[in-house]
Design a protein around this ligand. Structure first.
Ligand code: IDC
Length: 523
């Protein structure tokens, strides 16, 4: 080990001598540019051998670091030996040691490993960091808690590590003073907090093997191939009003929307998504409610969402991440959470083909397109695009996505966006088709990201004749769509019959009356 190090140092020395190129001692990454706030820290941490970049020469500074990566880095810095009895996951031995030392509790990172490759939450990362480094965990509750604007979001079990970290100056907050305890930690941020801890606690002699990044979710790629799927159509873009595939050919997506994933996670499993794909669909939309026990009230629904998105991608189906505002009719109400959420999703999925961002389900209430929704979009779209530049983004509009006339009059100036129209066959009829036709003839690309065979309550009907008119209309305009919803709730818009089981596909008798109509239209 020592020998190898010495040889490496000698080689670098000789290289520096022969080329006169000082930067050979530091690591150059294709995506870590001078001027970036993390430039010198990332170089220092990688030079010290604490973590390394990707094989393609990138570092991916905005990608979340996983639980296993972060924990193993600290184990190695602290010369913690992996427990040899553990097998399976590459990090299992280290994770067991970290658990035994009390760096985290069983439920925070169960030894069964299901959380190892997920982005680590900031509050847990800081806990592990403090347990690994700090001897003195004293703090004054009032002084430190006052520094954290979103203190109420911090779980009480992290007070005794996060508050001392604030006291030590190891963590600050974002530009608004928020700690964002349950958000992920990017690789650049991980470098920064680790460097601060090393400096603060006077650790200079770091003798470690670098942690190589896991590619697990970044390479989330189709494992099956289906016609109309991601493997065939690739990255989508919008030409004129038409959705197109990577070759520039017109493409139409058809599939299902989930119901609220906080209530019906059992229908966004691999089996259900595969069964829908096997019936001819090529897209799934995942409705992550922001209220009604959804994301702003319970962040953990995010992991249901990312698991669902990964299931769709692996099934070669496009995945729509739907920020499902509904009872909160003004998208501005949760714009800060939306921005942080979409940045995290963009970082997670920027290298994955097939993820579509729907930034606000259905604006409604006493709001306007130009006064509320458009300014919201003008903040969220650039936030996503700064990380995932070629993404397709769907934008809602007032009156539950029927306000297309105002969109026509005052459109957004971004490429690769589509405007959503939502209809329920028992409520919205020819007048709304006329609006869509008018919008399209004015150059507005339309995506029907949600529609139902019922009335607008999700119940009543079904209305097969009016549904058929809409199906014909969308098909004549090449409009893509998702139907509400893939669940077995006792309401007519639900596509599944009670007692369905998707492990061997979905047969017609596992579908509701609505489901039979909709599944018959995928191909
Ligand atoms: C409905 C569900 C229903 C739920 C209700 C409130 O079908 O079970 O109780 O939301 O959460 C929409 C919304 C969509 C609605 C659907 C039917 O996007 O969330 O789902 N609908 O009312 N817009 C128009 C209709």
């Amino acid at each position: 080990m020592k020998k190898i190090k010495l040889t490496a140092v000698l080689l670098i020395f000789i290289f520096t001598l022969t080329t006169g190129c000082i930067s050979a001692a530091g690591k150059d990454f294709t995506d870590v540019k001078e001027g970036a706030w993390y430039y010198s820290t990332v170089r220092e941490m990688t030079e010290k051998g604490i973590l390394s970049g990707y094989n393609d020469g990138s570092f991916k500074p905005d990608t979340p670091i996983t639980s296993a990566e972060f924990t193993v880095i600290l184990c190695r810095i602290r010369s913690v030996q992996p427990e040899s009895s553990q097998t399976g996951h590459w990090a299992a031995g280290y994770m067991q040691s970290a658990l035994d030392m009390g760096w985290y509790d069983y439920d925070e990172n169960p030894p069964t490993g299901e959380k190892y490759d997920l982005p680590i939450q900031r509050q847990l990362a800081v806990k592990i960091l403090m347990k690994a480094f700090a001897n003195d965990l004293s703090y004054d509750y009032n002084t430190e808690s006052a520094k954290i604007k979103d203190f109420s979001a911090l779980s009480g079990r992290y007070y005794d590590t996060v508050l001392p970290a604030y006291k030590a100056g190891i963590v600050g907050g974002d530009d608004k003073g928020n700690f964002n305890p349950t958000s992920s930690l990017t690789r650049a941020e991980a470098c920064t907090v680790i460097k601060k801890a090393l400096d603060k606690f006077g650790v200079t002699d770091v003798n470690t093997e670098p942690v190589t990044p896991t590619e697990s979710y970044e390479t989330a790629a189709p494992v099956v191939s289906r016609s109309g799927g991601i493997s065939v159509n690739g990255t989508l873009s919008v030409k004129g009003t038409q959705l197109c595939n990577e070759k520039g050919e017109a493409v139409v997506l058809k599939g299902m929307s989930s119901h609220g994933i906080q209530w019906f996670p059992q229908f966004v499993t691999k089996d259900y998504i595969k069964a829908v794909g096997d019936r001819g669909a090529n897209v799934m939309r995942f409705a992550m409610y922001t209220e009604e026990s959804g994301y702003t009230q319970n962040n953990s629904v995010k992991s249901t969402l990312t698991a669902a998105v990964d299931n769709a991608i692996q099934n070669d189906m496009y995945a729509i991440i739907d920020w499902h505002i509904l009872s909160d009719g003004d998208p501005m109400k949760h714009i800060d959470e939306a921005e942080a959420f979409f940045k995290e999703m963009a970082a997670r999925y920027k290298d994955t083909k097939g993820v579509i961002y729907e930034i606000c389900n259905e604006p409604n209430g006493n709001i306007t397109w130009s006064g509320n929704v458009k300014p919201y979009a003008e903040r969220i779209i650039p936030a996503i695009r700064s990380i995932d530049p070629d993404s397709l983004i769907l934008v809602g509009n007032p009156q539950w996505c029927q306000d297309l006339d105002n969109v026509v009059a005052d459109r957004l100036s971004f490429d690769n966006i589509m405007y959503t129209c939502h209809f329920y066959a028992g409520t919205h009829t020819q007048w709304l088709r006329d609006r869509v036709a008018n919008a399209v003839s004015n150059g507005i690309p339309v995506f029907v990201s949600e529609w139902g065979t019922s009335d607008a309550s999700g119940n009543g009907g079904v209305f097969p004749d009016e549904t058929q008119k809409w199906i014909d209309f969308m098909s004549s305009y090449n409009i893509s769509w998702c139907n509400w919803s893939l669940c077995d709730k006792n309401e007519t818009s639900a596509a599944l019959a009670q007692g369905s089981n998707a492990s061997d596909g979905l047969s017609d008798n596992e579908l509701s009356q609505s489901g039979k109509i909709v599944f018959g239209c995928f191909k």
